[in-house]
Design a protein around this ligand. Structure first.
Ligand code: ADP
Length: 505
């Protein structure tokens, strides 16, 4: 078993890993940049080391520096979290070459899954359904045209080395194809240094459904069911839930078994996720993420399995703590990503100092955060401030619980997407579970300041509503105080709404 872990990350995921370490009795070693001196992960860890200035290229991505800290702190293992170096095969290799345990799969697995055509080829061999299309890279426009005709338009061009949606192009007509091919190859070359692209059938209204996996070094691989993450903006997930509102138990078993085959095909160890597109009862392999994911808590809530603790146990050579038969699912869980962005203004990032922070609590509520009062939110890193997660007996109650919890969340000093999430929780297609990856395009009103459905209202009601929203916004900006000037504590809108007397004294 490992005794100590260096956490090569920051923010909420670093906090999450430190918590798992503490519960397992492992020593946690944090790293931080100059911008993160006051971060909760630095304050929570058993020890913390400065690794460099704010830009991540000079701190959290500096492999040499991270390994030097690992030696100095005498840790046995390195947990990469997600993002940063989590899916860089060269980092996994460097960690193992330094005689340390990398908390994740092998460098070979990361490499194989990082190349989309290679991943598609391997999945096809393992009998996992892939989106119909080519598995060989395309360069010749004639060959591409022939393939596109065979599949039927529209098609999607994708970069083999792709990620983050770069080098991706929807092609609606044969005439567009040669030009789109050129453009996609150029973009792929620029972004990944590799111009290999391939074709896939374009699905018009799929859902994003993914399967959580766990594997150990003794040959066991199990799945923990699905998460639905269809509500996305430019491939960034915003709301996730488990289980999906549409999967039948049979479909869950079928997708789970396919994901397990996918993992076995690459001798997977640790926590991983197989992402699928799901449409009309069919599901297709999209990609495999060889790391813990942002949305892992919803799986933890419905299965009761601590995924980060499992990662650490497996990394230490222990077998998985449960078998497939022992995995059970209870109730429904939803996660909202709370970012310092303004959906009402095209997700404009907001910066500032957190003057006041109040996180929700009460039955079935979990806050996985990476910020604290006094924390400076800048532009150097991902805008994720924290994640609000709820668990309830069924989906309807989970939605109600999330609405309640969102209303209790107060972050002052920086704008957040909280109100966007409140509008989603109230929107009727979301409430009935009619989702697809086009959800935001289909509901542009959610990105506007007013409540959805406000169009049909009496203009006087709409004006009153607008005034109310504005009043609430102001109240959030200048919270009322209790007691004498200067010694008071700020109140959240929830408190002032439920205890109208509280702000007066
Ligand atoms: P990347 O690795 O660049 O993020 P993915 O292959 O994961 O690319 O695809 C990103 C997103 O694009 C998916 O989450 C989905 O929203 C959309 N997408 C991918 N493939 C298809 C497809 N064949 N049809 C329709 N949408 C797709």
């Amino acid at each position: 078993m490992i005794q100590s872990v260096l956490i090569a990350n920051r923010g909420e995921i670093a906090v999450r890993i430190i918590r798992a370490c503490r519960e397992l009795g492992l020593r946690s070693v944090a790293v931080y940049s100059e911008a993160d001196r006051q971060s909760p992960h630095v304050l929570l860890a058993d020890e913390a080391h400065l690794v460099g200035p704010a830009p991540s290229a000079e701190s959290y991505l500096k492999v040499e520096r991270l390994l030097a800290v690992a030696r100095e702190a005498e840790v046995d293992a390195v947990h990469p979290g997600y993002g940063f170096l989590a899916e860089r095969a060269h980092f996994a290799r460097a960690v193992e070459e330094a005689g340390l345990v990398f908390v994740g799969p092998t460098a070979e697995t990361i490499e194989a899954m990082g190349d989309k055509t290679e991943a598609r080829r391997r999945m096809q061999e393992a009998g996992v359904p892939i989106v119909p299309g080519t598995v060989e890279p395309l360069r010749d426009p004639e060959a591409a045209l022939e393939e596109a005709r065979r599949m039927g338009l529209p098609v999607l061009l994708k970069a083999a080395a792709g990620g983050g949606g770069k080098g991706m192009r929807v092609v609606a007509s044969e005439e567009e194809l040669p030009r789109a091919l050129e453009a996609a190859r150029r973009e792929a070359k620029g972004a990944f240094g590799d111009d290999a692209v391939y074709l896939e059938r374009y699905l018009d209204r799929p859902r994003h459904i993914e399967i959580q996996l766990l594997g150990d070094t003794h040959g066991s691989v199990i799945h923990l069911g699905e998460r639905e993450c269809s509500i996305q903006r430019r491939h960034q997930k915003l709301v996730e839930e488990a289980p999906s509102a549409v999967l039948t138990p049979e479909e869950r078993e079928e997708m789970g078994a396919a994901a397990v085959r996918a993992a076995q095909a690459v001798s997977y160890r640790g926590a991983g996720t197989v992402e699928f597109l799901y449409q009309d009862g069919d599901f297709f392999f999209l990609e495999m993420n060889t790391r813990i994911q942002v949305e892992h808590p919803v799986t933890e809530m419905v299965t009761g399995v601590d995924l980060v603790q499992e990662q650490l146990r497996v990394a230490g050579g222990a077998p998985l703590s449960l078998t497939q038969e022992e995995v059970t699912w209870t109730g429904h869980s939803i996660e909202c990503r709370i970012t310092s962005e303004l959906p009402e203004e095209g997700f404009l990032p907001s910066t500032g100092r957190i003057g006041y922070l109040e996180t929700p609590s009460g039955p079935g509520v979990r806050w996985d955060g990476g910020i604290g009062q006094g924390f400076e939110v800048g532009l150097h890193y991902d805008p994720l401030l924290g994640k609000l997660i709820v668990h309830a007996p069924d989906r309807e109650q989970a939605v109600a619980r999330m609405s309640r919890a969102l209303a209790e969340l107060t972050v002052d000093g920086v704008e957040t997407c909280r109100d966007f999430h409140r509008r989603v929780m109230a929107e009727s297609d979301f409430r009935t579970g009619d989702l697809s990856i086009r959800y935001l395009e289909e509901h542009p009103a959610l990105l506007a300041e007013e409540e959805p459905g406000a169009e049909g209202r009496d203009p006087r009601t709409a004006a009153a509503l607008a005034a109310l929203l504005e009043a609430e916004r102001r109240r959030r900006l200048t919270p009322p105080r209790i007691g004498k000037e200067g010694e008071g504590r700020a109140l959240s809108p929830w408190q002032t709404a439920t205890r109208p007397w509280a702000g007066r004294g």
